[in-house]
Design a protein around this ligand. Structure first.
Ligand SMILES: Nc1ncnc2c1ncn2[C@@H]1O[C@H](COP(=O)(O)OP(=O)(O)OP(=O)(O)O)[C@@H](O)[C@H]1O
Length: 154
């Protein structure tokens, strides 16, 4: 797999959809130079939400988190590009929006940790697990942007 084929899973949470921030967040990923290869609006099942957040099971905020993520539509996406997993985490900012740097998505667009707009995979292993949880194979479409030569040196 080439570096440019790295993929991450990004979800715009129900607060992002309700607050009309979907376009703003997609714009930031597009402007950075990453490639959108999967996109859908879904109301996640409790099973999907629980599996997605399995690492937090038993924590005080777990039920609230699952209730919240299943409360409304989520925009599930797969973004592709060199270093996209770590770079997306930087674009997104720290978990608590009050401490996220200005210029990051959470730093600019959110206040509360339980309403922090967006999820991004924290490693390439998590990305693989989350992409296969949220997407079926035929729902991801690879394509070649005409801008590639202007985003990548080689
Ligand atoms: N103390 C908390 N109170 C309420 N919600 C929390 C708290 N800590 C985390 N969360 C919620 O759980 C999500 C997952 O927590 P995690 O520590 O994995 O943060 P993250 O990796 O920055 O976020 P995400 O997994 O959504 O990208 C957070 O995005 C946030 O919505």
């Amino acid at each position: 797999m080439s570096a440019q084929q790295e993929r991450t899973f990004i979800a715009l949470k129900p607060d992002a959809v309700q607050r009309n921030l979907v376009g703003e967040v997609i714009r930031r990923f597009e402007a950075k130079g990453f490639k959108l290869v999967g996109l859908k609006l879904v109301k996640p099942s409790v099973e999907t939400a629980e599996e997605h957040y399995a690492e937090h099971k038993g924590k005080g905020f777990y039920k609230g988190l699952v209730d919240f993520i299943t409360s409304g539509p989520v925009v599930a996406m797969v973004w592709q590009g060199k270093g996209v997993v770590a770079s997306a985490r930087k674009l997104i900012g720290a978990t608590n929006p009050l401490t996220s740097e200005p210029g990051t998505i959470r730093g600019d667009l959110a206040v509360d940790v339980g309403r922090n707009v967006i999820h991004g995979s924290d490693s390439t292993d998590s990305a693989q697990r989350e992409i296969s949880l949220w997407f079926k194979e035929g729902e991801i479409a690879d394509w070649t942007p005409v801008s590639n030569a202007w985003v990548y040196e080689n």
